[in-house]
Design a protein around this ligand. Sequence first.
Ligand code: NCD
Length: 318
Amino acid sequence: MASSYGYPFEQQHCLSISQFSRPDIETLLTLGNHYLDLDVQKSKERSMLAGKTLVNLFFENSTRTEKSFEIAGRRLGADVINMSVVGSSVKKGETLLDTAATLNAMNPDILVVRHGASGAPALLAQKVSGSVINAGDGVHEHPTQALLDALTLRRHFGEDLGGLRIAICGDIKHSRVARSDIQLLNVLGCDIRLIGPPTLIPADADKWGVDVFHDMETGLEGCDVVMMLRLQMERMSGAFVPSKREYFHFYGLDRSKLGFAKQGAMVMHPGPMNRGVEISSDVADDPKVSLITSQVESGVAMRMGILHALSDARDGVA
Ligand code: NCD
């Protein structure tokens, strides 16, 4: 694909879905799709990021996101450095901004940041000279997850997602994935429902352009997609659910609850999954209904697309 997309992508960072216009989003998804096509072909060697350095700076644990950025960066020819917080000066009391200054002196071209505090990547973006990608900040946003979710949906349902009814279920309150997905899927014209216990749905959620439900049977009616979320125990300050067993009984997705959705409905989950808590294994592992593996595949391609777009914007190519 040529470096020009017919639309000038000028974003220097990827911090939130709200920063992107519809054409920005279309450009990113087109690039993601381009790399999805290339990824299934044999030759994976490319040099678009040759000579550039990508630093993965993860203050919170990650499997999928960190690895997929690493693979995406390497496939595009970048030098990738994973800065694990364990063993770094951060544990010795260095502040985020000190870390940023140190990293900046090493001149990374791209900094992929995951942090427990909402807004941390945006703060870093003001202090470093390279592009910053938000790989999840507190309960705020996880824009690259939303983009890969949209790419996964397009792979399955086709390019026009307008009118697709999507239920996002479970721990909305602590989910940065939900916040980014809701914004992006709204831009793409989806009909979004949130389903969960009142304790796990923020009070102002009805202002997010969604319909809120508290029971799976009514909420899932007519849904094309059921997106399950992990109970984020590590972000809970008290008891938000009576017990995991009871939670599964009311909100866990199993075959019988999936039956409330539209015939042929597909299931998504950003991972990591708590099997038997928010989703049963027979649903999660059934390729006829589950898009979960497809989400992981799309993750690498989508991140290649994001790296491509940001790099072109920096170089003034787009
Ligand atoms: C999500 C995250 O970290 O926000 N995971 C991910 O990036 N694949 C969701 C979660 O942790 O539950």
